[in-house]
Design a protein around this ligand. Structure first.
Ligand code: ATP
Ligand code: MG
Length: 424
């Protein structure tokens, strides 16, 4: 026998035992996005490497060690590690920002060369929502409230909101100096990554996952003392509006996020159900990014969630995906009965929108087919035996509520399944 080909490390198949949860997350989210007026875009998974190094930042974990990058005949290309940079690139490439605002959403695979473990994969899936051209705090809060509504729609109760403001790039300059002084005083405690970051991007040290640095980071001065007035006013408004719509949050003055493009509002939804992989959704304002990528100054805000982690929290909280057994399953043994039944099922599929019908196991014996129909969870068995065939009718057998079997015409069968499908 030939050798089996192994899957790529950290890249998972999502099979039928998991996909109902994915479908639930997607359907609840998609309906909310539409309700809030966000429009879907589909973008390439490959972009020029420069897009990510310029936006996410050279000294971030993502760009410095997690990207899948390769040379394509002299062009350096990278599998997208996140969605926002690509959305902004696409908005600029297609002229979507000329005196226009855009509310967009994106869903698809992202790629990061991380150490695979539960909740952390090399190919994972994000849904992201991006509002381009909006400066108002209402939009920050609209997006946060949208995510809160999504958790409610999914039945999640363990995810909590952490919130911070990191001001504008200008206001962070002064703070950076103070940070450099703080960390330089304890240079011997820093790891190699942090030493490299010290000169060029000291804020990144705050995002370090190295537990040895935790105390030093805890002792660092807070950015809030250096916040510019406009960012302070913006943030007060965000807090007030969150209060108005009743979204609880915890202020986390050390939340800076792992990407350089953020400004002002930043947030993370975290859970205590997934061990170290606690973040399920994160985002914030990125007012400087469009200009950084060559466009005109355009305020923007967005968030991204990881579908794998959302599904894992749902399962950890014992939330089901909602069973969708068939409405009906065919039971027909014998050559002519099978033909009649096959045609009947086709007609029902044509005439009853949304109906879920299964052919079952056409070549099995009558009793085996009936058992199969019962096990499938179907509401009805559509039985075609010798006498039904002669009458051109169907024996409709309710499988769930013990009510008696009835002989019905094709028309009656259509009507009944229309009611069943409509009430599902
Ligand atoms: P973490 O702190 O866990 O590394 P992150 O800050 O790198 O997360 P973001 O870049 O903000 O994550 O991405 C948004 C969301 O995407 C995260 O909240 C998480 O749900 C998901 N995510 C990020 N990286 C991975 C990964 N390697 N595998 C699975 N999901 C991921
Ligand atoms: Mg990460």
């Amino acid at each position: 026998m030939a050798d089996l080909i192994q899957p790529v490390k950290g890249m998972n198949d999502v099979l039928a035992d998991q996909s109902p949860w994915w479908a639930k997350v997607e359907s609840v989210a998609h309906a909310l996005f539409a309700g809030y007026g966000y429009q879907r875009v589909y973008l390439p998974v490959l972009e020029r490497t420069e897009l990510f190094s310029r936006s996410i930042g050279e000294l971030t974990d993502i760009v410095s060690k997690e990207m899948f990058t390769f040379d394509d005949h002299g062009d350096s290309l990278t599998l997208r590690p996140e969605g926002t940079a690509g959305v902004v690139r696409a908005a600029l490439s297609n002229g979507l920002l000329h005196n226009q605002q855009q509310k967009l959403w994106l869903s698809g695979p992202m790629f990061r060369r991380e150490k695979p473990q539960k909740g952390r994969y090399r190919q994972f899936h994000q849904m992201s929502v991006e509002a381009l051209g909006f400066a108002e705090p209402e939009i920050d809060v609209e997006l946060i409230a949208l995510s809160a509504r999504l958790w409610r729609g999914l039945g999640l109760s363990s995810v909590k909101l952490e919130l911070n403001t990191i001001g504008t790039a200008e206001s962070r300059q002064k703070y950076k100096q103070v940070l450099v002084e703080h960390f330089s005083r304890h240079r011997e405690l820093l790891d190699d990554d942090s030493v490299r970051r010290l000169e060029r991007n000291p804020l990144r040290i705050l995002d370090s996952k190295n537990p040895a640095l935790r105390e030093l980071i805890e002792a660092a001065p807070l950015l809030s003392s250096y916040l510019d007035d406009e960012s302070r006013v913006h943030f007060e408004r965000v807090e007030a509006l969150l209060g108005d719509v009743g979204v609880p949050y915890t202020l986390n003055p050390r939340l800076v996020r792992g990407l350089d493009y953020y400004s002002r509002t930043v947030f993370e939804w975290v859970t205590d159900r997934l061990g170290a992989q606690s973040a399920v959704c994160s985002g914030g304002r990125y007012d400087g990014l469009v200009a950084q990528l060559g466009g005109r100054d355009t305020p923007a805000v967005g968030w991204a969630l990881g579908i794998e982690r959302i599904v894992e929290v749902m399962q950890a909280e014992g939330i089901g995906a909602g069973d969708t057994p068939p409405d009906a399953q065919l039971v027909a043994a014998g050559d002519s009965e099978r033909r009649f039944g096959f045609k009947l099922v086709d007609e029902l599929r044509e005439r009853v929108p949304g109906v879920r019908i299964s052919l079952g196991a056409p070549s099995a014996g009558f009793k085996a087919q009936l058992r199969h129909a019962d096990k499938s969870g179907a509401r009805f068995a559509l039985i075609v035996g010798d006498s039904e065939l002669k009458a051109g009718k169907i024996a409709l057998k309710p499988l769930r509520d013990g009510s008696p079997q009835r002989l019905v015409t094709v028309e009656e069968c259509v009507d009944l399944l229309r009611q069943t499908a409509a009430s599902a």
